[in-house]
Design a protein around this ligand. Structure first.
Ligand SMILES: [Ca+2]
Ligand SMILES: [Ca+2]
Length: 541
């Protein structure tokens, strides 16, 4: 319902405004690199909270030098070694100066948080990452700044302030509430006027319809691109432009216009710059941020992440399959690779906690994630089965990485800035020494995805199943003549013999499996003799 309202309001606005404001039906400018051709198509991303990854100087706070010193654990640049996870792109949560621990309220878009290091440390990090074949994208928080940003400190002094219209002010309180379920206030009084902050009073929304603000932010992004950054994760895109209460506070035509303009302006100078949209919404809404192939190149698949976790916890694959069908519909005629699938991120309980600490569930979840089309993202520590802390507080989702079983976890020689207990064995050193660990499974899955182009960038389809229980799903990935069939049993009961409706001339080659009986071809299907609870298999056809 929300989607059809959005569509009709878009049409109404388009017919009411000048044609120039409704350019979405026009092809992108020629310097826009098509979404289908980007460097990210065969990458596996890894999301990092710098504060919690590795502390180089023992003050308990993770930093850029610590991150740089530990890059070999992510990817040592040598495809022949098996001591690294093998991810080949990283997303750093905000590294800009900020008064808060998480960094999502920025006070300077062109500098590094001193707690994390210096611009020189950042340059060294980018060089070290690139030398290992690791791409780097930064979190870019364009919707709002910190209330401590010099722009806002100027803006709030009065109506005549030079930066007054860099933020969103009204003379009276419009009374809008937050549009995302919490229904808190969004307008805050200062000297008899009101400013808009969709998240909190300490995060005033920037006025992204002001060309001066847009130019400043584009130039700030180019500042990082010039330092070698490969793109950006765009925070909270749904809230960029606001026009009215409720529905007018999210997914507005002006937001799509803004995205198109910044993609255009960035790619005019940096054709390979990647924009990943955080549009936390149903998949139909997230798909609108594809635009005409001229907005974001990737968008996180929030709905798929929710359905995967629920389905695996319940042992019934039906909702994963139906969600994949709905994504195919939503992206029909566009680019199925627009999806950025993931299991959890810094705003969500860790997937291992959502799955009740069930190691089998975590393993089949990992296998499913890395079988999906699009560009997958792994949240740091997910590959160890970290659960984070028990509360719903965000800090419990962002606890220090476990490098080893020592008291400071190998994270810090001092006292970590925050901590929460984890089960024994949830650390990298222990899991590297155990070939059966979750870390080794992730490493094998990443390596398989890189070795098999059908998995990394092939098309996908959902084969019919015969006599399969509800826990079973299958996905066929195809790149030219090469095909990889993924089958999984997310259920807690063993699956007996079932058929997967894919014709193949010869006996499938098992690439990676857990709990598979045999897979043998007939004239019309691949017959699987048995698949254990939480079992899965990747078969080359
Ligand atoms: Ca430190
Ligand atoms: Ca906004």
């Amino acid at each position: 319902m929300a989607v059809s309202r959005q569509t009709s309001s878009w049409i109404a606005v388009c017919s009411a405004l000048a044609l120039a404001a409704c350019s979405s039906s026009e092809p992108p400018p020629s310097h826009i690199t098509p979404n289908t051709q980007g460097w990210w198509r065969d990458k596996v991303f890894y999301e990092i909270f710098v504060r919690s990854f590795a502390d180089s100087d023992g003050n308990g706070t993770g930093d850029l030098r610590g991150l740089t010193a530990h890059l070999d654990a992510l990817n040592d640049g040598d495809a022949g070694t098996t001591s690294d996870l093998g991810v080949d792109a990283v997303w750093l949560m905000p590294i800009n100066p900020s008064p808060s621990y998480h960094g999502y309220d920025v006070t300077d878009y062109r500098d590094v948080n001193p707690a994390y290091g210096s611009l020189a440390d950042f340059d060294a990090f980018v060089a070290a990452a690139h030398s290992r074949g690791i791409k780097v994208i930064l979190d870019m928080v364009l919707n709002h700044s910190s209330s401590k940003h010099p722009w806002f400190l100027d803006s709030w002094t009065g109506a005549a302030a030079p930066k007054r219209d860099w933020y969103v002010w009204r003379d009276t309180d419009p009374g809008w509430r937050q549009p995302f379920g919490s229904f808190g206030p969004t307008w805050y009084p200062v000297y008899g006027s009101y400013y808009y902050g969709v998240f909190t009073s300490s995060m005033p929304d920037l006025n992204l319809t002001n060309p001066a603000v847009e130019t400043e932010l584009v130039d700030s992004m180019k500042f990082w691109l010039a330092r070698g950054v490969d793109g950006f994760r765009l925070d909270a895109v749904r809230y960029y432009v606001e026009t009215a209460a409720d529905a007018g506070q999210q997914d507005q035509p002006g937001t799509h216009d803004f995205l198109r303009r910044i993609r255009d302006r960035l790619q005019a100078d940096y054709p390979d710059a990647l924009l990943v949209a955080e549009a936390w919404a149903t998949l139909d809404i997230a798909a609108t941020y594809y635009g005409n192939g001229d907005e974001a190149q990737l968008a996180f698949s929030f709905e798929l992440a929710d359905q995967m976790k629920k389905a695996i916890a319940a042992g019934d694959a039906t909702d994963i399959v139906s969600t994949l069908y709905r994504i195919d519909d939503a992206l029909g005629g566009k680019d199925r690779g627009f999806d950025a699938p993931f299991l959890s991120n810094h705003d969500q309980r860790r997937v291992m906690r959502d799955l009740g600490g069930d190691p089998g569930a975590a393993r089949v979840a990992a296998a499913t994630l890395l079988a999906l089309p699009g560009t997958p993202f792994i949240y740091y520590g997910e590959e160890l089965g970290m659960q984070g802390g028990p509360s719903q507080d965000d800090v419990d989702k962002r606890t220090p990485y476990r490098w080893n079983a020592t008291p400071g976890h190998g994270f810090s020689s001092g006292s970590p800035w925050y901590d929460a207990p984890e089960a024994a064995g949830v650390d990298l050193a222990t899991q590297q020494a155990d070939p059966g660990s979750l870390w080794h499974l992730y490493r094998n899955l990443v390596a398989l995805r890189h070795a098999q182009t059908p998995l990394s960038k092939g098309s996908s389809s959902i084969p019919a199943l015969r006599a399969a229980p509800a826990g079973v799903m299958a996905l066929l990935r195809t790149d030219g003549q090469k095909r990889v069939l993924f089958v999984a049993n997310v259920g807690t009961a063993a699956a007996g013999s079932f058929g997967v409706g894919v014709a193949t001339p010869g006996t499938p080659t098992v690439l990676l499996q857990e709990g598979l009986g045999t897979a043998s071809p007939t004239s019309s299907e691949v017959t699987v003799s048995a698949l254990a609870p939480r079992g899965f298999a990747f078969l080359s056809l």
